[in-house]
Design a protein around this ligand. Structure first.
Ligand SMILES: *Cc1c(COP(=O)(O)O)cnc(C)c1O
Length: 362
């Protein structure tokens, strides 16, 4: 049996450190916005390479509050891609802005710059490149297009903790960036969590106010805000896990390289030369997806699809008005992609067994 994902194995490898950190935190009696969150924010900002990090309740809220901090709302348009977690588009729509979709490149499966340019209108206020599956988008042309038109860039880094672009980590390139610490992400909490990163002191301050009712001083609301806070317990856990992130990402890359070397009958993910992929997911393409999934399942091998429906194919977003022909690459990918088991604790023998099972199917 090779499950698609197994979070229990990772806990076993860091149990002593986690138990120590959580016991210390529980004994402190401080649970919301305290020393652990402040320390994690500092350590994570240093790791990514930004001046500021602000811990919030989830990746979705990180995207939402980042957009609000940029001043985006009704009447504005925000461009992103159709092959992303629904969270990216949910966050746009929560601000009252309209989500505009551009297509992706067939090789990288990431934002297509030519399609992005065609999607820009006078109402475009922000672009959200999504570093999907652990690989950076080609950021330089995106940033160039945005800067020439005074459009903000919000990086969705929910799947790309530690990934680099031209030697610098993703999350340090745009005006502002959103991370998720959902348990299965490369850096995951034991519950929900997220963070917003930026080099802009004004944006950082606005996000800090927005996450807690617009308070600078307790009970004094300077602006309208909400409650979206990273809690102390999750921050204590994330501080432990951050110390292991590089080693875990290296283990993911090693397993991905072995898959790519061995797989013969499906299209492996393409690593772009401009940066380092951290393989949040190992996603192959095949025309025979259903038979591949059921065959692997009968051998006890788990798979998943990220995501079976592109955003424009979701009933909730039919209002956006796109047909599959408008977004042909993302629409085809939704039919042909499959995610294989990949996590740092997966054994290399298990990788070989999965690859062999797939090669034997053809
Ligand atoms: C997971 C994810 C999010 C949302 O994060 P949550 O913490 O689950 O709210 C946003 N964007 C992408 C690309 C994601 O994978």
């Amino acid at each position: 049996m090779i499950p698609f994902f197994d979070l229990t194995k990772q806990y076993e490898t860091i149990k002593a450190e986690i138990d120590d950190a959580t016991a210390r935190e529980l004994k402190s009696g401080w649970f919301i916005l305290g020393p652990e969150v402040r320390a994690f924010e500092k350590e994570f900002a240093e790791y990514i390479g930004t001046r500021f990090a602000i811990g919030v309740g989830s990746g979705t809220e990180a995207l939402h509050l980042a957009l609000l901090a940029l001043g985006i709302g009704a009447g504005d348009e925000v461009i992103t891609v159709p092959n992303t977690a629904v969270a990216t588009v949910a966050a746009i729509e929560l601000t009252g802005a309209r989500a505009v979709l551009c297509d992706v490149c067939p090789d990288s499966m990431l934002m297509d710059v030519a399609s992005l340019e065609r999607a820009i209108t006078p109402r475009t206020r922000a672009i959200i490149p999504v570093h999907l599956f652990g690989q950076s988008c080609d950021l330089e042309p995106i940033l160039e297009i945005a800067r020439a038109r005074k459009i903000f860039v919000l990086e969705d880094c929910a799947q790309a903790h530690g990934a680099t672009y031209r030697g610098k980590r993703v999350g340090s390139w745009g005006d502002i960036a959103a991370f998720s610490f959902y348990p299965t992400k490369n850096l995951g909490a034991y519950g929900d969590g997220g963070a917003i990163l930026t080099n802009d002191a004004q944006l950082a301050e606005r996000v800090d106010l927005l996450r807690q009712y617009g308070w600078r001083e307790r009970y004094v609301s300077e602006i309208k805000g909400t409650n979206s806070r990273l809690d102390e317990l999750q921050a204590a856990i994330l501080r432990v896990k951050l110390r292991h992130l590089d080693a875990w990402n290296a283990a993911r890359r090693e397993r991905a390289a072995l898959y790519t070397e061995l797989l013969r009958t499906v299209t492996p993910p393409r690593e772009m030369t401009y940066g380092q992929h951290v393989y949040h997911l190992y996603v192959v393409q095949t025309r025979n997806r259903q038979s591949l999934i059921s065959n692997l399942q009968s051998r006890g091998i788990g798979t998943a699809i990220h995501y079976p429906l592109a955003i424009h194919q979701q009933a909730a977003y039919a209002n956006l008005g796109y047909r599959d022909e408008d977004l042909p690459v993302a629409s085809r990918l939704a039919r042909e992609i499959v995610s294989l088991p990949l996590y740092p604790e997966l054994s290399l023998d298990d990788v070989r067994a999965v690859a062999q099972a797939i090669n034997e199917l053809a």
